[in-house]
Design a protein around this ligand. Structure first.
Ligand SMILES: [Zn+2]
Length: 236
């Protein structure tokens, strides 16, 4: 059962299209896994629509999802164009043009928006950060947020770290815990600057999360410098 959800403000911003699109990816992934928030969003849209129709002849954007899918296409095109230009300058280009099937079992049951995001990105490049953790950065064509998969092995423990910027995490496969609780598939976590935590995956299966990070985090634990995946913040 999903216990952690985006708040109403975030749902409203998502619906109105004013949420930064990297964050919209996380909200959309959660909505696809969470009937409760889908319903909540409908109610909020109804209220918003009623308020707007009384004040001005304006309609609230109720199709944030289609917009998001279009935005993913645009980011893809931008990336291809950059690669084409790089190719003309003699740099290698290897990105496939058609949708590809990911054979990695952990990617077999992801929310539609995430499947779309990785549909032309094979193979994902996994960077081994520690024995417990691998990460794969996802290209989104923007540099304000770093969007990545975080993959923790069974029972794996990630170095303690805190956050200098807001981080949103959506659990996509498996589960993990920290000092505050256990987080399962669909759970949506917001970490504010200053929050310190140390995620540990549960023993039964690997854990895959989507993370959207606003700014670099710094490591607080011993050896953290070795194992913190979030240190290498660079524009996507
Ligand atoms: Zn929810």
């Amino acid at each position: 059962m999903i216990r952690h959800h985006p708040d109403n403000n975030m749902l409203l911003e998502y619906s109105s299209g004013s949420l930064p699109w990297a964050m919209s990816l996380a909200v959309s992934a959660h909505l696809q896994l969470c009937p409760q928030c889908r319903q909540q969003r409908e109610s909020l849209n109804d209220i918003g629509g009623a308020l707007l129709s009384e004040s001005a002849p304006q309609t609230i954007d109720t199709d944030a999802f289609s917009k998001l899918m279009g935005r993913i296409d645009a980011a893809e095109q931008q990336t291809r164009e950059e690669e084409r230009l790089a190719g003309e300058m003699g740099e290698p280009t290897a990105r496939p043009q058609r949708p590809v099937r990911h054979t990695d079992p952990i990617l077999s049951d992801l929310p539609k928006v995430i499947r779309k995001l990785i549909s032309r990105r094979e193979p994902l490049k996994w960077k081994r950060v520690s024995n417990a953790l691998r990460t794969s950065r996802l290209t989104t064509g923007q540099d304000r947020y770093e969007v990545a998969f975080q993959r923790i092995c069974r029972g794996g423990q990630v170095a303690e770290h805190d956050h200098r910027g807001r981080e949103v995490t959506v659990v996509l496969v498996g589960s993990f815990s920290d000092a505050d609780g256990v987080y399962r598939r669909g759970d949506f976590l917001v970490r504010e600057p200053g929050d310190v935590h140390r995620p540990i995956a549960t023993q039964d299966q690997e854990c895959l999360c989507l993370s959207v990070v606003e700014a670099p985090v710094k490591v607080t634990g011993l050896l953290g410098w070795l194992v913190n995946p979030f240190l290498s913040f660079r524009p996507a």
